[in-house]
Write a protein that binds this ligand. Structure first.
Ligand SMILES: Nc1ncnc2c1ncn2[C@@H]1O[C@H](COP(=O)(O)OP(=O)(O)OP(=O)(O)O)[C@@H](O)[C@H]1O
Ligand SMILES: [Mg+2]
Length: 265
């Protein structure tokens, strides 16, 4: 193989994180974190409660700004860029604490997720012109497809507030996907899911990867992480304890001592 071909085979890094720091008062929530996420891969972040996993997702999605360090997405520096611009750039997320419009239907919740990608001039919304109707139809069709993907085709008109916990998690996923992200950040998607629902989630994350989406998965459910992740970063007290493949993480004595205990043995 030629050198050029070999270089072409090296996975392009979609997200580069360098020396990120975030303190809350005296708490070093994220401390000197650096890593690369190759395009089209599933990168998982694990670690004990309070390790800094959600803070890291908040720094990537722009909910928080880092005290120092840098983030680069597709070669674009994210520093100081507000969260809504990062969504337009192709970064979407779900939250550890579910955030849905409880008084809206399942379908309406997903349609609300499309607001960043309307294709028509703003005045059409005021006059309700033909393009407005076409845009509404497109959004509705796509929302129906996404709800089919998360297994909720039969629940389109149900109010989000009356869904089971597992269904609410799947609705959040569908809504995040409505922005057509290149990078999807998911914070504990399996929390509160039953075994069958976790299996469904596993299939869906794999299917997203088949579609070349890049995923950062924060999760406590080790079965899910070990089955789906390409690489895993282990955090503890804000710091990176270890990074490697699932097999390497399961073998690493420091990881086992600090976090995994007998869970994987
Ligand atoms: N907005 C905030 N203000 C003050 N402290 C915070 C804030 N957000 C997080 N922290 C603190 O930062 C540390 C890391 O919290 P974080 O939520 O990132 O952990 P986590 O790894 O997501 O934990 P869990 O597994 O319980 O979700 C904790 O000590 C937490 O109390
Ligand atoms: Mg968290």
């Amino acid at each position: 193989m030629s050198a050029v071909a070999a270089i072409g085979q090296i996975e392009r890094s979609l997200l580069q994180v360098r020396s990120l720091h975030k303190n809350f008062g005296g708490v070093k929530a994220v401390s000197d974190i650096s890593f690369d996420v190759p395009a089209g891969s599933i990168f998982s972040v694990i670690g004990p409660n309070g390790a800094g996993k959600s803070t890291l997702l908040n720094l990537i999605s722009g909910v928080y700004q880092p005290d120092s360090g840098s983030l680069s997405f597709n070669g674009t520096a994210l520093s100081a860029m507000p969260a809504h611009r990062r969504v337009r750039l192709g970064i979407a997320r779900t939250f550890q604490k579910i955030r849905l419009f409880k008084q809206l239907s399942v379908l309406e919740n997903v349609i609300a997720g499309f607001h960043v990608h309307h294709h028509i001039p703003a005045w059409q919304y005021v006059t309700h012109g033909a393009a407005f109707a076409a845009d509404q139809r497109r959004c509705r069709e796509r929302a129906v497809q996404l709800l089919h993907f998360v297994g909720m085709s039969g629940r389109l008109d149900v109010l989000a507030g009356s869904l089971s916990y597992g269904e609410q998690r799947m609705l959040e996923l569908a809504r995040a996907l409505a922005t057509k992200p290149q990078l999807l950040l998911i914070d504990e998607p399996a929390a509160g899911l039953n075994a069958a629902e976790v299996d469904g989630l596993l299939d869906r994350i794999r299917s997203l990867r088949n579609d070349r989406m890049t995923v950062i998965l924060v999760e406590h459910n080790m079965d899910l992480v070990m089955n789906v992740a390409d690489r895993i970063m282990v955090m503890d007290y804000g710091r990176r304890l270890f990074e490697g493949s699932p097999a390497e993480v399961q073998k690493n004595p420091a990881v086992i001592a600090a976090y995994l205990g007998g869970e994987l043995l």
